[in-house]
Design a protein around this ligand. Structure first.
Ligand code: SF4
Ligand code: SF4
Length: 437
């Protein structure tokens, strides 16, 4: 694609990067076929190619964002299916990240939208605030329908419906701690605790710690770490995202320098995609560029790290069929497609995959709150495809997908690592109840 940025515009490293990305696009449109919003809405402007044109036009003309571009960029899930499909290697992720930051700086959203977005940015990345908000949401749940009746307030209704009926108690593994390996030491890792996951399902990191320590790995939950920044990053709040990234980089580099680190293990693939991008996000910050690149190179999804260990035979025979739901951030963001399935097979599960496995379930960070209608259509499509597998349960590696699908799947949905922990000597995941397996 030809571009026409001026030399002055290209002096801005963000524009220079966007120019390089845009030039790679050859307009072939292959990406439209796998884009969930194009498949759902059928509008070229809701396809990757259409969005690329809109972004090009906005940036080349140095224009502030307008309502049209905000509508179509907001509808993008950042699922990155387009990047998997694109034969030209167009880095849509970095292009849309830049577009979102430009929108945030140049566009004034309607009052309720600003209020809801600010509230989400203030609450979700902080565990204590999120926990308190979930308890309040429980009280507000009966009024979800009222909010949904008024268009500007629909995100509030979606938020109330997504809130779980019960909030599990805080787990000791959510606090800064060192979990010693059992037996001969085979490694030392930091485990990301993060923000929403330890509040919604602390059992995921509990299982990770049990499994890794049983396999001889020391697990550190570092003091001072927190949200990876993905939630605000996808809202275009660049400075807030970089602040989160810098804090985590400082904490993890200190942990690496203190006792050596084989990996920074992450159990939420959405966070993994962002942490693996810290090197890029902080590339222009001379104080952090090198350290951030080091953190990104250490970041591993828990299944990637487990695959590098020589696992013994499982301790029990499970003999169940699991439908593996690959989160977009896992398959498109991190390109991890093999490890989770191989590990589940090694654990004794028969692994099946749903049709249209490349399509997003509609969770996508705060997307299911801000775009509830499109999100619900994608969720229903995903649930139908999962049900058609006739599996006993669903496994996935991202808390967002678990929250999105759990109530509708008609079968239990469990984090992959909880199943692996079970197969290698841990307790049966609570969501499987007593009747299964
Ligand atoms: S990130 Fe996903 S929703 Fe956005 S343009 Fe690409 S495929 Fe479509
Ligand atoms: S597949 Fe790649 S090159 Fe083709 S239109 Fe989409 S982004 Fe451009």
């Amino acid at each position: 694609m030809q571009t026409s940025f001026t030399a002055e515009q290209l002096a801005d490293p963000h524009i220079a990067e966007a120019d390089g990305i845009l030039r790679k696009c050859v307009h072939c449109g292959f990406c439209t076929a796998t884009c969930p919003t194009y498949v759902t809405l059928g509008n070229e402007l809701d396809s990757p190619r259409g969005r690329i044109y809109l972004i090009k036009d906005m940036l080349e003309n140095g224009r502030p964002a307008d309502e049209q571009i905000v509508t179509h960029i907001d509808r993008c899930l950042s699922c990155l299916a387009c990047m998997t499909t694109c034969p030209s290697g167009v880095n849509y992720m970095h292009l849309v990240d830049h577009a979102r930051a430009h929108i945030e700086k140049t566009y004034r959203r309607p009052f309720f939208e600003r209020l809801i977005r600010s509230t989400l940015a203030m609450v979700l990345p902080h565990r204590a605030r999120f926990r308190a908000a979930l308890k309040l949401a429980k009280l507000g749940r009966p009024f979800a329908g009222l909010f949904e009746a008024a268009k500007p307030l629909r995100p509030l209704g979606a938020m109330l419906r997504l809130a779980p009926a019960t909030v599990p108690p805080d787990s000791p593994s959510s606090r800064p701690s060192v979990h010693a390996e059992r037996g001969e030491k085979r490694g030392r890792v930091v485990l990301l605790n993060g923000c929403a996951q330890p509040v919604l399902e602390p059992s995921i990191n509990d299982a990770t710690i049990r499994l890794l320590t049983r396999l001889g790995v020391e697990v550190v939950v570092a003091d001072g770490e927190g949200c990876c920044g993905a939630l605000v990053h996808h809202m275009g709040r660049e400075e807030a995202a970089l602040e989160n990234a810098r804090r985590n980089v400082d904490v993890w580099i200190a942990a690496a320098d203190k006792g050596g680190l084989d990996a920074i293990v992450i159990t939420a693939s959405g966070c993994g995609t962002t942490i693996k991008d810290y090197g890029h996000m902080l590339r222009l910050d001379p104080a952090y560029a090198e350290k951030a690149a080091r953190v990104s190179s250490l970041a591993k999804d828990v299944t990637e790290y487990l695959e590098s260990l020589d696992l013994p035979e499982p301790t029990i025979e499970i003999g169940m069929t699991v439908a593996y739901h690959s989160a977009c951030s896992m398959q498109h963001g991190q390109k991890i497609t093999r490890a989770p399935k191989l590990l589940l097979q090694k654990a004794g599960f028969e692994v099946v995959e749903p049709r249209e496995g490349h399509l997003c379930c509609g969770s996508a960070g705060t997307y299911n709150i801000m775009q509830p209608e499109i999100s619900a259509r994608l969720r229903d499509r995903k649930v139908k495809n999962l049900a058609a597998t006739k599996a006993d349960l669903v496994a996935t590696g991202n808390i967002g997908c678990i929250t999105q699908i759990a109530d509708r799947a008609g079968m239990p949905i469990v984090h992959t690592v909880e199943l692996l922990d079970w197969a290698w000597g841990g307790p049966k995941p609570a969501s499987l109840g007593d009747g299964t397996g």
